[in-house]
Ligand binder design. Sequence first.
Ligand SMILES: *Cc1c(COP(=O)(O)O)cnc(C)c1O
Length: 340
Amino acid sequence: MQNIDLRSDTVTKPTPEMLQAMFAAPVGDDVYGEDPTVNALEEKTAALFGMEAGLFCPSGTMTNQIAIKVHTAPLTEIICEVDSHIHQYEGGGIAFNSAASTALVHGERGKMTPTQVEAHIRPLNNIHFPETRLVSLENTCNKGGGSFYTLSEIAAVSDVCKRHSLAMHLDGARVFNALVASGDRAASYGLYFDSISVCLSKGLGTPVGSVLLGTRPFIQQARRVRKVLGGGMRQAGYLAAAGIYALENNIERLAEDHEKAKQLEQVLKEANYVNTVLPVDTNIVIFKLNDRFTDAQFVDALAEQNILASSFGPQMIRLVTHLNITDQMQEKLLDTLKRL
Ligand SMILES: *Cc1c(COP(=O)(O)O)cnc(C)c1O
């Protein structure tokens, strides 16, 4: 029996239509800048977000780490939320790759307010402190349970950055979920962010890939760093074609994933094994179990029903909806969660 896999939206497999687009892609050597499909993906993504240029990379970790490297120097500092992916889940890469430190904001469900950001900026011309260079937002916020910043909230943080001459980066691993949920226009993001990392292999359903966006000079620097990290790929157009297909076909349908996540929230709120459910804003459902199950027991109980979930800390569970969860799977899922 097929597993209903809600561990992450990275577990999706390409559809026959996406594979068809990949087979048909014209390719060349991208390290020479000669892969027309990679070039097309980079241009298309940049245009979508109102940015000048793009760089196709193997992963979102790489696009974030390259952006941080290009924006910072050793002995400088990045302001980010304590639960952010760049701080929690990139293996300490900021220290390793950039020799920079992080000033950690304790926000609300992964989100920082402009006031919090401003309070973490270091005083200028004081040798005791690292020099603040960069502010990094995450949209949607993974550990915040898929919470999102609206454009006006982004604009308010950007205002602080501009006043203090700080660069602003977006970890947009799930930026399309944020855009679909908020109704904001992607093109407006270009007004505020100096760099944006977009993942194609989460809700959009491609097998591999992220795109880093920025100004032309920024992307030129980023291309050097990608090469150093071993991320220069050759006939990568086969992968980029999946990205182009996903941008053209898989954005609007994210609303269905959000609807399914809402249905899970409703059932879990009523369940006698749940303590609390984080508000569900997009495709991520995080909840806390009461003492009927430990998180490990709960994951095992679901696995017996061919449902895969992630333990997300003591008593915490995360479920993520995505394009490979069919209506039929959803029905079984809701039914199982009611009966556990
Ligand atoms: C998944 C994710 C990334 C990038 O992850 P990769 O597995 O390296 O592609 C970055 N930020 C957030 C918030 C993520 O969820």
